[in-house]
Design a protein around this ligand. Structure first.
Ligand SMILES: [Ca+2]
Length: 494
């Protein structure tokens, strides 16, 4: 009997230690990082060696979108795998409900035995739970926008002496989590949400030398002339004014040098984390995901910042390195349509944890083995924030993008934009009124309608999401539509 129990114990230990070995997962997310700001995406004017390492040895996703391109909503999308109208979470709408949070990947991974950690800008709050600090084994997170001065981030203050600028402090936090998890002999999931390169422009002076005096090539769709064809609605928000206010029109090189310097520090922090994985001998069992919560418009079409459906804003970098893949070490590109709603199912899938039934996203794991397949035929891109005319719904496929601008008044009529992203990735020609594109226009309208039908079926009945079922309906005239604010629209600080 004793022998049997010893054998059984050994078997259980072997199962836990060996046969069922789970990968460690590191989810790294920048705040407002343009897809073109990373070397491995083809920008030869920037220095991002560690981000490039993830892409060059793993997969560079070239058609990755944030289904809502603003901090709060995007973070809720990533953690839950659901569209915004199901997370019910965004600025000017409201906080997340606890029942939504309970199915987020950090909660489910911890329940499955993972050692979990979070640092940086959490980005939203859960009703009654606030930032959910107690749902993580290690915590370096903070409320609101957090600060670039490490000492002002209370959960990270212990790093302030060595790393006075917060970006590198997150690298140090990552290293500490890795050491602790190794000591506890547990698989871990670290989620770090860097503040950089979000405004204010306060890069770490340690890296002042990197881009000093450098000049940068403007994108081919830079400037107001390249935005003449875009909808009037899209020009009513702060994004249009910021082209001038944020000096993309007058001081492009310096603005970009500061932006790239903020990103450079993230790259150094990423390097610190990779170095620790190697030092601990666990790099070959740790999956690294690198992305941004939204893209960033740096003067394209004469706009700046984010939120709008244009590529520079809705698309973001995504690189995944899975050292266990047969293809690891070889640079691969994946042109499949992917979204931020895919992160939760991907992380759960990597960990072998069942994916909740109500998620909208799909696991990216199949793409890690075979990059030449599709997981989504289409994705929705959503904006329910900011001045009313800019709020809109977009449907994206691999090759096409369709936006319905529902808002109308004496100055503007509801309008459509249709871009052939395969032939016109810079969105220079709106084909919505081109007779040659009529068949495709109708096909994309139908796809758009299916996204809205999903919204109608699934949207939460709180935080002002159900009114969009009418507002975004192409078949209802704008004169019959009335926007209802959930609270005062406040454009500050997001
Ligand atoms: Ca952001």
């Amino acid at each position: 009997m004793k022998q049997l129990s010893i054998i059984l114990t050994l078997f259980v230990c072997l199962y836990i230690e060996g046969f069922g070995q789970k990968p460690n997962i590191i989810y790294l997310m920048a705040d407002d990082q343009n897809v073109g700001s990373v070397g491995c995406y083809g920008n030869g004017e920037v220095s991002t060696p560690n981000m490039d390492k993830i892409g060059d040895q793993g997969i560079i996703f070239t058609r990755h979108y944030n289904t809502t391109a603003i901090c709060m909503a995007s973070r809720a999308n990533a953690m839950t795998g659901m569209y915004e109208y199901k997370t019910g979470t965004n600025f000017d709408h409201g906080d997340m409900k606890p029942e939504v949070w309970q199915k987020s990947y950090p909660v489910l991974l911890r329940e499955a035995g993972y050692f979990t950690a979070f640092a940086g800008k959490f980005g939203f709050e859960v009703e009654g739970l606030g930032l959910c600090e107690s749902d993580f084994d290690m915590w370096g997170g903070g409320p609101g926008q957090t600060f670039y001065a490490t000492k002002k981030n209370s959960s990270m203050a212990k790093y302030a002496k060595e790393f006075p600028h917060s970006t590198l402090s997150y690298g140090a936090f990552g290293q500490d989590v890795i050491r602790e998890a190794v000591q506890q002999d547990k698989p871990f999931c670290i989620s770090i949400s860097f503040k950089a390169p979000h405004r204010p422009i306060l890069p770490d002076p340690k890296f002042d030398h990197v881009y000093a005096g450098k000049t940068f090539t403007k994108p081919a769709n830079y400037g107001r002339v390249a935005g003449a064809h875009m909808s009037k609605q899209s020009k009513q928000g702060r994004q249009y004014k910021r082209f001038h206010e944020w000096e993309y029109s007058t001081d492009y090189d310096e603005v970009m040098a500061n932006y790239y310097q903020l990103i450079y520090a993230i790259d150094v922090a990423v390097g610190m984390i990779i170095e620790e994985l190697e030092a601990q001998g666990i790099a070959d069992n740790t999956v690294i995901i690198y992305t941004s919560d939204n893209g960033y418009i740096c003067g394209a079409h004469g706009f700046a910042s984010k939120v709008l459906p244009m590529e520079e804003s809705s698309r973001a970098p995504l690189m995944i390195y899975d050292p266990r893949s047969a293809h690891a070490g070889k640079k691969r590109e994946c042109a499949a349509l992917t979204g931020n709603i895919d992160f939760a199912p991907t992380i759960l899938d990597l960990a072998g944890v069942p994916i909740p039934e109500n998620v909208d996203g799909k696991s990216l794991v199949p793409l890690i083995e075979n990059t030449n397949q599709e997981i989504h035929e289409q994705l929705a891109f959503i904006n329910t924030w900011g001045v009313v005319p800019t709020q809109s719904l977009t449907c994206i496929t691999r090759d096409w993008k369709y936006t319905y601008w529902w808002y109308g008044d004496t100055e503007m009529k509801p309008t459509e934009e249709l871009y052939n992203l395969a032939n016109d990735p810079l969105e220079m020609k709106n084909l919505a009124e081109d007779p040659q594109a009529e068949t495709m226009l109708n096909a994309m309208r139908t796809r758009y309608d299916t996204e809205l039908a999903h919204w109608k079926k699934e949207a939460v009945n709180y935080n002002n999401y159900r009114q969009y079922i009418t507002l975004f309906d192409r078949k209802i005239p704008w004169a019959q539509k009335k926007f209802k604010k959930s609270e005062s629209i406040n454009e500050a600080n997001h």
